[in-house]
Design a protein around this ligand. Sequence first.
Ligand code: F6P
Length: 326
Amino acid sequence: MSSIKRIAVFTSGGDAPGMNAAVRAVVRTAVYHDLHVYGIYRGYDGMVNGDIRRLEVGDVANIIQRGGTVLKTARSEAFRTPEGRKQAYETLLANDIDGVVAIGGNGTYTGADIFMKEYKIPFIGLPGTIDNDIYGTDYTIGFDTAINTSIEAVDKIRDTADSHNRLFFVEVMGRHAGFIALHTGIGSGAGAIFLPETETTIEELSETLRKSIKRKKLFNLVIVAEGNHNGDANEIARQIKEKNPDFDIKVTIIGHLQRGGSPTAMDRVLASRMGHSAVKALMRGEGGVALGIINDKITFTPFHDAITKTKNLNKDLVKMAEILAM
Ligand code: F6P
């Protein structure tokens, strides 16, 4: 028998498509097991300010297909302070919450880790971020939707790039990680990809471009990860233009388009599995861990490891992207 009776769920940090599917799975699994479940609104800010209410099965109807997060989200300043965390604890205490599911990225896990050292309420983290940069899981909730969105955008850009013989630099999100850029680049057949994890220089790209022209190869698409070492897409485009004044160059920044939209089937299933497993883990007495799926198996990583260890890009994929761009 589980001692857990009342759990809470919240979303925090940047929203990601599939967060709603995860919330739905948490609520329905909890209700199935006769637990009371509460939604905390606007992430840690809501925990600090007491913005919490009971959720029933019907409250999560018709949300599995919606992007964003119905629980809203925030990057909370108050929760960074001991006073804020004390207020958050009082909110949980006042509602008799004995377990929490926190859906978000590294910042969310860091908050949970600090809080759990101060107050003895178990948290289970679910990786909700388009960046896919969380250690301890193959994929994060929202990543698949984000790369499908950016690939669709790049396909459209390619049509106009081809028609005008223009070179496009397309910037994608990913903060300090290149997962979105790498997968967008491979999936859209880009000529080159600037990643935070590799050291491609402007000179190298210029050289590749010149060689392509000699071989009469159409090279019109470069994907730029926002966190790469050479600057943003505008800056890279400026430097390439300086070295190659005859090139017709354009820049597109996909930006927050990648964060919105209806989650893909992959994200809905991933989020549902994770939300469902999180409740079962709390009931078994787990806490202080980030839930992930590795090789199709549910896994748990201590928050400390999930926060401090880096999830590396697959080097074989980076090499493959170069070869296929020949
Ligand atoms: O972490 C998700 C993400 O979309 C990153 O890819 C990006 O760097 C950042 O959030 C943007 O944050 P904000 O929406 O707060 O500007």
